[in-house]
Design a protein around this ligand. Structure first.
Ligand code: 1CP
Length: 343
């Protein structure tokens, strides 16, 4: 197996900088759309079909020579067995038809047994491990990010209901977050047990919080999950707090091995602040629309800027967007491999 990615996660020397791309399996790939359309099921049907999940996970790894695979699923999958009604609407994204607003709503949520309620995830991990020659990343959402979807009923811009609950009903908010944390903790442990070799926690909305609120209403739940994981597994843990450059002093206390960085911060400046962490990132996803030579120049500079890191995993600063030409992804991966090769 090519374990360059795992070595980098642990801060060990590698022959080159490993690269994978957030949302590397997905709508920018015509071959994904083909599998997604096959059987005419919904996106959720695809997430529950281990054979097709395996196929779409492998696509970018095979096409572009990625150094890691990420399980094809969605951060919202465990919210269904918790008792939420989840739908994905074309063009609008995820929708929870009955958002969480009251004590009764929180009390009705259950903490599911991941193996019993999400066997398709564990099955996909096992199928992938049998096929893959690079490490497999499992993942979850961070409790705060998951809570925003449950409370708002879907995506949001100002997160009014979430912040109102924090500020006006902190005990209710805490009880909700505690349940999501317990669910996520068991879910990630089950993924590691099934064969996931790294775990990434996506905190996609962390950056909408003031640091003081992040420290109180988001970070402790991530710390708790990582603490639990350390008792049962030694797989590396990546924590990605999107838009989190103003939060680094806090995110570095989450307990992760690797800190994911979005593109809004210069990676060199971030590295000076992250202490004993490996970093992952942080090319602007829209930089993939640069002309080839400019894109390569950006990548070269980024690798140069990351030289002093304890370890660096090349990635975008957030997910690849659906309009991205696949060839630009190929150029990116090849450039990382070429420019980072150490004599
Ligand atoms: O139409 C389709 O095919 C559905 C589009 C889609 C896909 C391909 C969704 C709906 N989810 C996914 C897969 C997915 N989601 C993966 C596996 C693909 C890969 O990485 O290779 C992963 C890791 C996720 C994680 C995820 N889902 C996050 C965290 C990462 C991030 O981008 O910040 C979030 C916030 C979600 C929620 C979600 N699911 C889908 C959409 C469109 C969204 C975002 C909605 C929003 O902006 O609020």
């Amino acid at each position: 197996m090519n374990d360059t990615f795992l070595k980098a996660c642990r801060g060990e020397k590698t022959e080159y900088t490993p690269v994978w791309i957030m949302r590397q399996a997905g709508r920018y790939l015509p071959q994904y759309l083909e599998v997604r359309g096959r059987g005419k099921g919904t996106f959720l049907d695809l997430c529950k079909d281990p054979a097709r999940c395996t196929e779409v996970t492998l696509q970018p790894v095979d096409f572009f020579n990625m150094d890691a695979a990420i399980l094809f699923s969605d951060i919202l999958i465990p919210m269904e067995p918790m008792g939420m009604n989840l739908e994905f609407h074309e063009g609008r994204g995820p929708v929870f038809t009955d958002p969480i607003r009251s004590r009764k709503d929180v009390e009705a949520l259950v903490i599911p047994d991941p193996e019993a309620t999400m066997p398709f995830v564990m099955e996909t991990i096992k199928l992938l491990r049998a096929e893959l020659k690079v490490p497999l990343i499992g993942f979850s959402g961070a409790p705060f990010t998951l809570a925003t979807y449950l409370i708002e009923g879907g995506s949001s811009k100002v997160f009014l209901e979430t912040k109102k609950m924090m500020f006006q009903a902190p005990e209710l908010y805490h009880n909700l977050l505690q349940k999501i944390t317990d669910c996520t903790s068991l879910y990630l442990q089950a993924q590691a047990k099934a064969g996931a070799q790294t775990l990434q926690i996506f905190d996609s909305w962390a950056g909408i919080l003031a640091p003081v609120d992040y420290a109180r209403f988001a970070l402790p739940y991530v710390q708790s999950i990582i603490n639990d994981l350390r008792k049962v597994t030694d797989v590396p843990i990546i924590y990605f707090a999107n838009n989190g450059s103003t939060l680094i002093e806090h995110t570095m206390t989450a307990g992760a091995d690797v800190l994911g960085l979005d593109w809004r911060i210069n990676i060199k400046k971030a590295i000076a602040r992250v202490g004993d962490h490996v970093v992952q990132g942080n090319l602007d996803p829209i930089a993939l629309f640069l002309p080839e030579e400019d894109l390569k120049q950006r990548i070269k500079q980024l690798l140069e800027d990351a030289r002093e890191a304890k370890g660096h995993i090349f990635n975008l600063g957030h997910g690849v967007v659906p309009q991205t030409p696949p060839d630009q992804v190929r150029i990116t991966v090849d450039a990382v491999h070429e420019f980072s090769a150490r004599a």
